[in-house]
Ligand binder design. Structure first.
Ligand SMILES: Nc1nc2c(ncn2[C@@H]2O[C@H](COP(=O)(O)OP(=O)(O)OP(=O)(O)O)[C@@H](O)[C@H]2O)c(=O)[nH]1
Ligand SMILES: [Zn+2]
Length: 353
């Protein structure tokens, strides 16, 4: 008998990871215990793995960057890679393997012996858990243990269907005084908001899906186009008479603020936005725009005109039953700091300008 998915179990696992506590993931008879490299320390590793028999689990992108591959990785290019623990694979070395910050300075010790991934599905879910927790995707792993959560629990935690409207209020903003804010809460405690600008006029609203960018939205960073896009969208909606801005808490294309800033540090070393994500071990874009479809459903607007250059936004909304009647390009003038970023989006991630 398999229990119904429990998002709370996955939320507790996310919390444990952030606090540097081990977690055990299970499915059927299989179980895998894991200790996150980023939040762990040498003492904790000793307690987790007193016999030195654990393996180190890394993402495919990280392993490719480190030129570590094995048969399992070749079979599933995006799958995790597992490295046998040798005596000299101590906590500090694991940190250097997990974090690309020192790749160029640190001549890594080796050789490392890649081994078949013990539980590929559970290992893949662990890497996803790290992303949800905003941590580097790297773990010490040991087979077995008493499971704290299952892959289905994590899926349930992330499921847009569980989003609810939690609060709404009038919110006059400088560019659009006739506005209302609606706040949504997901089962993982994630908070998203919609700003409804103006009043419905019978036409499909102008909609913008904006992913959180603290550096661009709040600090006025010139490295990206987020801040100007955000403000231009609000103005366009105000000019059109009505519109809906969905502000999605998907900082750094879903890898979190700290990991995005790590990506920025790699960009300082010369890597572009795509390669920086890969070197960290993340997907190029880890966002799920399904959450936006669910927000539109809860607001009661399923026919929209979408302001975007990103075809993935249009495709996901359509796949979730939203009728995108028009895509409107949303391009702003480049500056010397974001020219390369915008060119990379055009050349490597399929943005239409
Ligand atoms: N990982 C990572 N995220 C970045 C970087 N630069 C900006 N971001 C994030 O990228 C997201 C930008 O999202 P959007 O404005 O929705 O942009 P988009 O996917 O290009 O789509 P459109 O603007 O609609 O065409 C935000 O979450 C930013 O925090 C970067 O170099 N690395
Ligand atoms: Zn930005």
């Amino acid at each position: 008998m398999s229990a119904a998915p429990d998002p709370r179990a996955a939320a507790r696992a996310v919390d444990s990871l952030r606090r540097g506590w081990p977690v055990t993931i299970g499915s059927g008879d299989a179980a895998l215990s894991a200790y996150a490299v980023e939040t762990g320390d040498a003492g904790g590793l000793q307690a987790f793995d007193p016999d030195g028999g654990a393996s180190l689990l890394l993402s495919a992108g990280r392993a490719a960057t480190l030129k570590l591959t094995n048969q399992a990785a070749a079979a599933t290019p995006d799958g995790p890679v597992q490295i046998a623990r040798a005596l000299w694979l101590d906590f500090d070395l694991a940190t250097a393997l997990a974090n690309p910050r020192l790749d160029l300075q640190t001549p890594l010790k080796g050789p490392f012996r890649a081994e078949p991934v013990t539980e590929p599905d559970l290992a893949a879910t662990l890497l996803q858990l790290a992303r949800v927790a905003g941590l580097l995707p790297a773990f010490f792993v040991l087979p077995g243990g008493k499971p704290d959560f299952t892959p289905d629990d994590l899926t349930a935690l992330e499921a847009p269907a569980n989003l609810r409207i939690a609060a709404r209020a009038r919110l006059p903003v400088s560019a659009a005084e006739d506005s209302e804010i609606i706040a949504f809460r997901g089962p993982g405690g994630d908070e998203h908001v919609a700003l409804i600008i103006g009043q419905p006029d019978g036409n499909p609203p102008l909609v913008r899906l904006h992913s959180e960018c603290l550096t661009g939205d709040v600090l006025g960073s010139l490295k990206c186009d987020c801040g100007p896009q955000l403000h231009a969208a609000i103005h366009a909606m105000s000019d059109a008479g009505w519109g809906i801005l969905l502000y999605l808490r998907q900082e750094g294309r879903g890898i979190g603020l700290i990991n995005k800033l790590r990506a920025y540090s790699l960009q300082d070393q010369g890597f572009d936005t795509v390669d920086a994500n890969t070197r960290l071990g993340f997907a190029i874009d880890a966002r799920d725009f399904g959450i936006a479809a669910r927000m539109l459903e809860l607001i009661g607007q399923r026919r929209i005109r979408l302001l975007t250059n990103n075809p993935a936004k249009v495709d996901t909304l359509r796949a979730q039953g939203v009728d995108v009647v028009e895509r409107i390009a949303h391009q702003l003038p480049p500056n010397p700091y974001n020219e390369r970023y915008l060119a990379t989006k055009r050349d490597r991630t399929g943005h239409q300008l």
